[in-house]
Design a protein around this ligand. Structure first.
Ligand code: NAI
Ligand code: 15L
Length: 268
């Protein structure tokens, strides 16, 4: 049966805000959680992923979880450990204890960020590449994917791990032209990941159907995802401003871009 009640973690964040707007139209009743208050949502649960009791209560009775909460850029190992590694473990453990059937995990391209990006006629990057995290942040996403596999194999808790590219209103760099996930396609991808049958633990790349795509979208399409957007409308402007990526430099030749050399730092 189609999940109805959905716990959205990270509801105050960039994607959380976009998805709060878009997912109700698919029929989901959202329960919101974030460590920060969610603007305009007095009913949201304000809780840290470190608070096991709060998580247990937050997941009670939901059909599924869309797990967006966590540190979304590079930070110290200690902070990443607490929010992303222990925090994701705490959420899975709460879900297992309360019998939640499915989690959609916001993994990232940075779990495999040192993978070379295709050049010329190279094939698209398949999902089945080894983890090559480019940051402690990416390492925490690689951990999350393994955690999800473990909870499926050991406890029958299903996950779709979506290695998201760049989900923002518009792409803002030449690299993002290849990995941009439009907000509308993000909602379509999450809906597919929440409703596809028998996913076990499935890993997919998450982007729109971009002309300059670097990776294989067929695993996401196999879930029923039908992207409608393409970043190409932004290409002229971004290329004029920034020029082509330099394939001689790691930040231009690896999937993770500048995260491989000079990652943006989590400001909090
Ligand atoms: P964001 O940084 O805007 O939002 C993350 C939210 O998580 C924030 O509202 C923050 O308060 C909350 N949070 C952080 N630590 C927490 C904790 N310990 N307990 C409870 N809540 C906590 O990030 P964004 O861009 O919305 O990304 C959402 C998720 O998707 C993140 O997990 C990120 O790693 C992942 N992702 C996002 C991409 C993007 O392009 N936006 C690309 C790839 C992955
Ligand atoms: C991510 O994983 C980050 O959360 C997001 O802020 C973007 O920087 C994105 O990757 C990216 O690679 O552009």
């Amino acid at each position: 049966p189609r999940p109805r009640t959905l716990l959205l973690t990270g509801a105050a964040g960039g994607m959380g805000t976009l998805m709060r707007g878009l997912l109700p139209a698919y029929g989901y009743e959202l329960r919101l959680l974030d460590v920060r208050p969610v603007p305009g949502e007095p009913g949201a649960i304000t809780a840290d992923l470190a608070d096991k009791d709060a998580l247990r209560e937050a997941v009670r009775g939901v059909d599924a979880i869309l797990h967006l909460a966590g540190i979304s850029l590079e930070s110290s190992f200690e902070k990443i450990l607490r929010a992303n590694i222990e925090g994701t473990y705490n959420l899975y453990e709460a879900a297992r204890e309360e019998g939640v059937r499915r989690i959609v995990f916001a993994s990232s391209n940075h779990a495999v960020g040192f993978t070379p990006r295709p050049q010329g006629t190279d094939p698209l990057i398949p999902v089945a590449v080894p983890h090559r995290p480019d940051t402690f942040y990416g390492l925490s996403k690689a951990f999350g994917e393994d955690l999800a596999q473990f909870y499926w194999d050991k406890h029958g808790l299903e996950t779709v791990s979506a290695r998201i590219g760049s989900c923002f209103q518009e792409p803002t760099s030449v690299r993002m032209l290849s990995i941009w996930l439009s907000p509308g396609d993000g909602a379509r991808l999450f809906d597919a990941a929440l409703t596809a049958e028998d996913v076990g633990h499935t890993v997919v790349y998450g982007s729109s159907a971009n002309t300059r795509l670097w990776w294989d979208l067929s695993p996401a399409r196999a879930l029923g995802y039908e992207p409608r957007d393409d970043s190409e409308q932004y290409a002229g402007k971004l290329l004029a401003e920034q020029g082509e990526l330099d394939p001689e430099k790691p930040e231009g030749s690896r999937l993770g871009g500048e995260f491989t050399t000079d990652p943006p730092i989590w400001p909090h």
